[in-house]
Design a protein. Sequence first.
Length: 263
Amino acid sequence: MNRNARTADQIVGDNEADALFSGLEKLSGLILAVSGGSDSTALLVLAARWAKRLKHAPKLVAVTIDHALRAEAAHEAAAVKRLARRFGVSHRTMRWQGRKPKSGLQEAARIARYRLLAQAAARTGYTHILTAHTLDDQAETVLFRLARGSGLIGLGGMAYASPLPVDGETIAFLVRPLLHLPKARLVATLRAAGVAFSEDPSNQDPRFTRVRLRTLMPRLALEGLDARGLVRLARRMRRADATIEFAVDAAASALASRPPRWP
């Protein structure tokens, strides 16, 4: 098989994209979290193509979060806006205001990102926020939590969909339609479409734990612990957690229905 054929096999086609977004077509609108990197740019392109194939499609709004940590961030947000316009998608940029912490920066940025995305959802009245987490992200999440001694729930990784609580109240849901796709397939899809994307230098910064763990992945794969193996572990942990929860509920129900014994 030649190189072009292998690349064609990697590209996410229309039928597969329709399956990725299945179940979302009846919603009035969707928020797309688009930073401008390869994964989120692919989310924008695939979602826009999917919506165009529908007779009555949800309105798409791409939201870019400018964390105000790099001078290039504003230019990247502007590039996303131009790309969104090219694909007929509305776009908004939201900026993380205020002082930034000196420690725990990535976690603080993550919290701020979801808070701002929730605000965007609230302003539009939409309840579903799509993020571009991939199979690679899931593997890194499992490895990250494994290193920190997480239990069943933590090792279950990220769910396809999960509530997004803000100030103790759930006002939106996160949906990760690309969660089972490897990053390489998204990059191949963008290259085939001639769509450019940006690279965040913080993804290569060894000061961050996730970056250091990411550099270990090729060596772990040589020992059989590749991304798919870690994702398989996550699935099994989620099944185990669900089984235990079911057993506990069944036991509680049986105890509640048992007639009391009087002395």
